[in-house]
Design a protein around this ligand. Sequence first.
Ligand SMILES: [Zn+2]
Length: 383
Amino acid sequence: MTVLVHGARKLDADGVVDDFWLLTGDGTITATGTGDSWRASGVVPADAEIVDATGDWLTPGFIDLHAHGGGGHSFDDGADAIRAGLAVHRAHGTTRSVISLVANPPHVLAASLDAIARIAADDPLVLGSHLEGPFLAPSRKGAHDPDFLGVPTHHVLKQLLEASEGRLVQVTIAPELPGALEAIGTFASAGAVVAVGHTDAGLDLAREAFDRGATLLTHAFNAMPGIHHREPGPVTAALDDPRITLELIADGVHVHPAVLALAFAAAPGRIALVTDAMAAAGAPDGEYHLGSLPVTVRDGVATLADAAPTIAGSTLTQDAALRTTVAAGVDPVAAVTALTATPARVLDRPDLGRLAPGYAADLVLLTATFDVTHVWAAGRPLR
Ligand SMILES: [Zn+2]
């Protein structure tokens, strides 16, 4: 199918273009231009669907490097739950997703990795799996079950890598764990993006992890030491290093909007806006689970039922992250880049994340106030 969108305000990593048009074909963007030039271009087939997007933003499809579920479904619960949860995020503009898993016993993780590998093999919108657990510091476990945390032994690494069938694209590691620095090299050699996270590492250890091949910081500021002027910590190490991209959860709760804006200013082009969404994203307040742990969601904020409540993932969708980020004063071009071109670069997917010929026809149409009205992935309508 062929779609022509015209009259839009194009917004992507290359900037804003008014009165923009774009043509899709065979799942990719085949031509772009401005004004009415599409009418005389000779490239628009007679049966193309014509979409008048006057007054709307047109952005690339959003890419979420980190989500655990949505619509009442957890990605830890197998193939049907993954498909149902993804449908919620797709309606909010997320066209490509990494499926994140919380800490679980190795045989449970292996089964999940196998299920994700099968889904990814027949759904190119699923980019692969992310092992957020189990290689996390117990002192920074967040909402991961402490009983299921472990150290990256050769045996467990082999088991998980085999189960993932080459579809493990991301793994979070606390570099202070025994064997962690070696494991960073092993996972990176296997083609996974290694992220530092759920860690008590200071500046020097974080830098060592980056030198060993880690290129991402999992939900920067959350589940790690913050920036103190005498203890600069892992966030400073990441901001300071042009090789490193920082995930941020822009729900206004996990990171204060002022700090969000500061991070964008300090690391231009190196922020990836992720949801870290759990099952309650796109679903009502109530009682849920994150892995094995019960979670209460009130006013859209998910917490563990601890004495001192721990934030347990978010209920965020990426369109809401865009609105929060723009409201924090970040330039819309930088905000959209953090949802599109930057995560595409992290995953080494040069075919994703821009509105230009040759790129995948992943498109989001939004109102002037960034509410999603239409979504296409690989040229097909998702909403
Ligand atoms: Zn986490």
